[in-house]
Design a binder for this molecule. Sequence first.
Ligand SMILES: Nc1ncnc2c1ncn2[C@@H]1O[C@H](COP(=O)(O)OP(=O)(O)O)[C@@H](O)[C@H]1O
Ligand SMILES: [Mg+2]
Length: 276
Amino acid sequence: MTTARAVSVALQKGGVGKTTLAINLAERLANRGHDVLLVDLDQQGNATEGVGLADAYRSDTHLGHILDDNSDVTAGDVIRSADSFDVLPANQDLDSVENSIRSATFGELWIRNEIVDPLLEDAYDFVVVDSPPNLGPLADASLISTQHVIVPLRMSEPSVSGFERMYTQQILPIRKEIDLEILAIVPNSLAGDNEEKRIIGDLETSEFGQFLPSFARSAHFDDPDSPGPGLRERIAFRRAWREGVPLAVHDPESDMLERLDELAAIVERGGVDDAR
Ligand SMILES: Nc1ncnc2c1ncn2[C@@H]1O[C@H](COP(=O)(O)OP(=O)(O)O)[C@@H](O)[C@H]1O
Ligand SMILES: [Mg+2]
């Protein structure tokens, strides 16, 4: 197990917590003393907006220009700073970037070769990518550029089957070409219903059980001092997003910060490790 310096937060489904995790993982890694870049690859720009950079979403200069050989725009021209980390914002024009990636040979490698690798070499300790909610060239480019993935899951059947689809239709095919590791599966927005008990139990005994962090294991159901496993449903996550700041800034006392910090440690370690 080695440090994962780049990680995608991905699942081909909306509303599971990708953006929330990406923003707060970037913040926790920065809080641990690292130089961190958050890359927003979702054309909806929720991560960009959630760190207070909505104006960058409408900017004329964007990620697409960094990839364009006919433009002299560099990453430094597009990257902005937010809170304790930097951000490569999404843009309303990311659709056209996706089309260029689709029509080019090896277009899926552009983001890695022209953005992520050079920036990890020169400027950042960690890169966290907020992946798009659909399968396609940008989603593939995200996983290929980071080679590590964290998967947030809601405790519902559509979310779990979304992950199974992603595993067979995206992760396994990419693995035929390059290494791609799942760092963690993170049950998110748990509120104490019976479904969560059943799904965490099923996950734990499946081949994917090894990817559950210790804070997401069913032992938490029996611990009277625990709020329960996973990332719990906390209104503070929504409020922080609306304010354009990470959870740690909105609510420094949040009981979920410790769990997000453990997720940052998992990225540092390159896996859930000896969590059991
Ligand atoms: N643990 C949580 N508790 C409460 N709300 C959450 C939690 N995680 C995410 N949310 C909210 O759920 C919505 C969807 O989350 P988001 O991170 O945008 O998902 P995705 O990026 O996968 O579409 C957002 O409004 C977000 O603030
Ligand atoms: Mg999102």
